[in-house]
Design a protein around this ligand. Structure first.
Ligand code: EPZ
Length: 429
């Protein structure tokens, strides 16, 4: 397992280009199952979860042709272009060995049931950040007329043609909204998704589906109306930039006292994170709708933060924010409302000298505390980003083990950081 070796204390300077959004690319890849015509997807990030999803689609019989710059041949971002053709589906099963490495495999449920009337997916276990059930996905599919059963750890969904229905999400779920939107586009009649997720990635999926011929209104709001159509066709679509990668680099600038331009992003997808970082004392300008300029010209000040569904402060930015406020004067109260166990990074940050007390879904961070380099172990994707950020600010050498977690969602992050002056190198296992 690769590790990162970081020598901190270097203010980052320069321009970083943001890759395509992993969490937009995953549902868009799944949406290709809805048609037998080719779909071209652009701006795909070269991250592990995309590779895993392509492998999953290939096991279902889907043809995939990489048309963009070969990974690694171009400087990051690689911006891969894939031609995806689900002309015939030869399997409807997502096996355990794939699902356990990527829970987002559940995104094939809706499309497979809509396209061919059945899907079998290994019941995803929990993960480091929580139990992460898929009950809302399954209840929604039943509302649309699917029969759901569990056999030997597999969830089996069967249906004739799905029928439109009104589905109210008792809890806002991003991939639940995406899964059921994809199921509903081929259903007979109208489907209304209420209390739906409003994330930009949901909107991006709806944009692709509409290009394929779907009839969707209200994506990006809490109520999404879908008129089913008999079939969908091919399309070409470029996924949106990764707002979480962009937010991570905003914090990288703040925690190192640097001066960064963050290019190819969407400032409009990060408004709550930008406002909160300004409250902490980062100087953030938006020279264009697709770029940010981040610098720090005064000491950082503590600020409380609560994670919420979009457009609130993203839970995927909580770990990175915690690293930042370890360097802020005062006490910051962080409240995690989305997942039940998303403070694993706190224990590791404490090894560098951070003053953090975790109480249930709250973490109390007192700063500023000087950080000194130490070995740490990553536990999940965004926690590992937090450890890297802290290492960039720590004096001396920091080692981050198990960086395969970070490779799931960040494209060659050590190359992007090195290009900004960071002293970071990947040491292969
Ligand atoms: C998506 O996960 C993202 N993943 C996550 O990003 C992100 O943290 C999360 O949304 C919240 O924003 C992808 O888009 C691939 P949820 P998802 O369903 O859809 C509960 C990353 O770092 N819930 O919105 O799985 C659930 O337990 C990843 O890129 C149910 O109870 O999250 C959680 O408490 C990590 N039943 C809450 O809802 C269900 O059927 C929100 O989960 C579904 C969810």
């Amino acid at each position: 397992m690769d590790r990162f070796v970081i020598r901190g204390g270097v203010p980052l300077r320069g321009t970083v280009h943001i890759s395509g959004a992993k969490n937009a690319a995953l549902p868009c890849l799944a949406a290709c199952l809805l048609t037998d015509e080719p779909v071209t997807l652009d701006n795909l990030p070269a991250v592990r979860d995309i590779k895993t999803t392509c492998h999953l689609l290939a096991t279902l019989g889907v043809g995939l042709e990489d048309q963009g710059p070969a990974p690694g041949s171009a400087p990051s971002p690689v911006r891969r272009r894939l031609r995806v053709e689900a002309q015939k589906i030869t399997s409807v099963e997502a096996p355990w060995e794939l699902v356990r490495t990527m829970r987002a495999s559940t995104l094939i449920l809706g499309p497979l049931v809509a396209r061919g009337g059945q899907a079998r997916i290994s019941m995803p276990g929990g993960c480091a950040i929580g139990a992460r059930p898929i009950d809302l996905h399954l209840k929604g599919l039943e509302k649309l007329g699917a029969q759901i059963s569990t056999e030997h750890g597999m969830v089996v969904a069967r249906a004739g043609r799905l029928r439109g229905a009104r589905i109210y999400f008792e809890r806002i779920t991003v991939t639940g909204t995406e899964d059921l939107m994809m199921a509903a586009v081929l259903a007979d009649g109208e489907t209304v998704l209420e209390n739906a997720a409003r994330e930009p990635e949901v909107e991006d999926l709806a944009s692709l589906l509409t290009k394929m011929g779907a009839r969707i209104e209200g994506a990006g709001t809490s109520t999404i109306r879908i008129q089913g159509v008999p079939r969908l066709g091919g399309a070409a679509h470029a996924v949106i930039p990764d707002r979480i990668e962009a937010g991570t680099f905003v914090i990288a600038a703040g925690i190192t006292g640097g001066d960064l331009t963050i290019a190819d992003c969407r400032a409009g997808h990060l408004l709550t994170v930008i406002e909160k970082c300004r409250e902490v004392g980062l100087h953030i300008e938006t020279p264009t709708p697709t770029s940010l300029r981040v610098s720090t010209d005064k000491p950082l000040q503590a600020a409380d933060m609560t994670t919420e569904e979009y457009p609130g402060f993203a839970t995927d930015m909580q770990a990175q924010y915690m690293a930042l406020v370890t360097q802020a004067a005062g006490t910051s109260l962080l409240t995690e409302t989305i997942f039940e166990n998303r403070f694993l990074h706190a224990l590791e940050l404490a090894r560098l000298g951070a003053n953090i007390r975790v109480e249930g879904n709250r973490a109390v961070v007192r700063g500023p505390t000087p950080l000194s380099g130490a070995p740490m172990t990553a536990s999940d994707l965004r926690a590992s980003a937090s450890l890297v950020l802290a290492g960039l600010a720590a004096q001396g050498e920091t080692i981050v083990e198990r960086v395969y977690h970070i490779d799931r969602g960040y494209e060659h992050i050590e190359e992007k950081l090195s290009a900004l002056g960071a002293d970071i190198r990947r040491v292969p296992a």
